[in-house]
Design a protein around this ligand. Structure first.
Ligand code: UFG
Length: 334
């Protein structure tokens, strides 16, 4: 199976690339490196000992995407490319709608021209807990979330119109960790928005202390609880989804998660143990828009894909630290 990964140099894309190559798949990467590094592509080759084509391409550029399909026999597309900062999307919504919708539509149209009919989309969801795949999409809290919901709807309509088309909508919440080699990992630009990159930068000495956003939530220790998932488990879920599309036309939504939420304080403690470093923190005010807790019901992933998360929170922290301690400033800048 030859899989095109749009946004394949990014955090989840690069780990999925490693998983696919290790499972014997061929891959092609397309990335514009706007929020990723070409060094990640070299590191994927280093980890797997395998070579593959990598295009420096913006997937809203129709000619660039056409060329990729012309030059490679692609069986399946896993679509990661897109803008993903929730807060930024509230400030510049038009840019988010333009980029994320244009990228998905351009890739889908070029797939049709090239008679490629399998598509995996990494999505999101905002519903009451625990999340199940058959709940209505409802209203999203940010333009970023709305672009995800809109693309899901587009895929449903496209699959309805074309019985040969197969699409899996993968929904997951808090991917963390890194490849155990520490050669690839999450490399946020500027001040990290997300918990684990922030903790890791405090532990490595790049930042003084973490602010815990809220200590008065109705949870066991007062801090928010999330379903953290090791990025290699997430990568394995993408591989299973790609295999699934080979035999199942139509559209289906599938959650990927551990089903077990951990609080911010539990994550800090696990990270301290895994790294042997202190993580100084203060409890600050709540962050606007945060829900007290949520987690995924991942029963469907087990039923359809035989997929279950394998890594523990301790593993996630150990591998985040392997990446951060080997790459304190992230990927080297070109
Ligand atoms: N947190 C802190 N301090 C920080 C950063 C985060 O206390 O400096 C807390 C947050 O308040 C939250 C938890 O850590 O309770 C996790 O926060 P993240 O920002 O890491 O993750 P979120 O759960 O807010 O966001 C995740 C994904 C988003 C996605 C969102 C909704 O990272 O990309 O779920 O599905 F949009």
């Amino acid at each position: 199976m030859n899989v095109l990964l749009t946004g394949g140099a990014g955090y989840i894309g690069s780990h999925t690339a490693v998983e696919l190559l290790n499972r014997g798949c061929d891959i092609v990467i397309a990335d514009d490196y706007s929020n990723s590094s070409p060094v990640a592509v070299e590191r994927i080759r280093q980890i797997t000992g395998r070579d593959f084509p990598a295009y420096h391409a913006d997937v809203t550029d129709r000619e660039a995407v056409r060329r990729i399909f012309r030059e490679n026999k692609i069986d399946c597309v896993i679509h990661f490319a897109g803008k993903k900062a929730v807060g930024e999307s509230v400030k510049i919504p038009l840019s988010y709608y333009r980029t994320n919708l244009d990228a998905a539509l351009t890739v889908l149209e070029c797939m049709k021209e090239a008679s490629v009919s399998r598509f995996i989309f990494s999505s999101g969801s905002l519903n009451p807990i625990p999340y199940r795949e058959d709940m209505p999409r409802g209203e999203c809290s940010s333009p970023y979330g709305t672009t995800k919901a809109m693309i899901e709807k587009i895929l449903e309509d496209a699959c309805h119109a074309d019985p040969a088309l197969s699409a899996v909508l993968l929904r997951y919440f808090n991917p963390i960790g890194a490849h155990p080699s520490g050669l690839i990992g999450e490399d946020p630009q500027g001040i990290p928005n997300n918990l684990l990159p922030y903790i890791a930068q405090v532990a490595v000495g790049r930042r003084e202390k973490l602010t815990v956003f809220g200590g008065d939530y109705p949870t066991p220790d007062g801090t928010c609880r999330r379903d953290y998932l090791h990025v290699m488990d997430l990568a394995a879920g993408h591989h299973r989804a790609a295999c699934y599309t080979m035999e199942h036309p139509g559209v289906t939504a599938v959650n990927l998660g551990t089903g077990t939420p951990y609080s911010v304080l539990e994550v800090i403690e696990a990270f301290r143990k895994a790294s042997g470093r202190e993580v100084p923190y203060v409890i600050g005010p709540r962050r606007a828009g945060d829900l007290p807790e949520y987690w995924a019901d991942a029963a469907k992933a087990k039923e359809l894909f035989g997929w279950q998360a394998q890594y523990t929170l301790q593993d996630m922290c150990r591998d985040t630290w392997a990446w951060q301690s080997k790459n304190p400033q992230g990927y080297p800048k070109a």
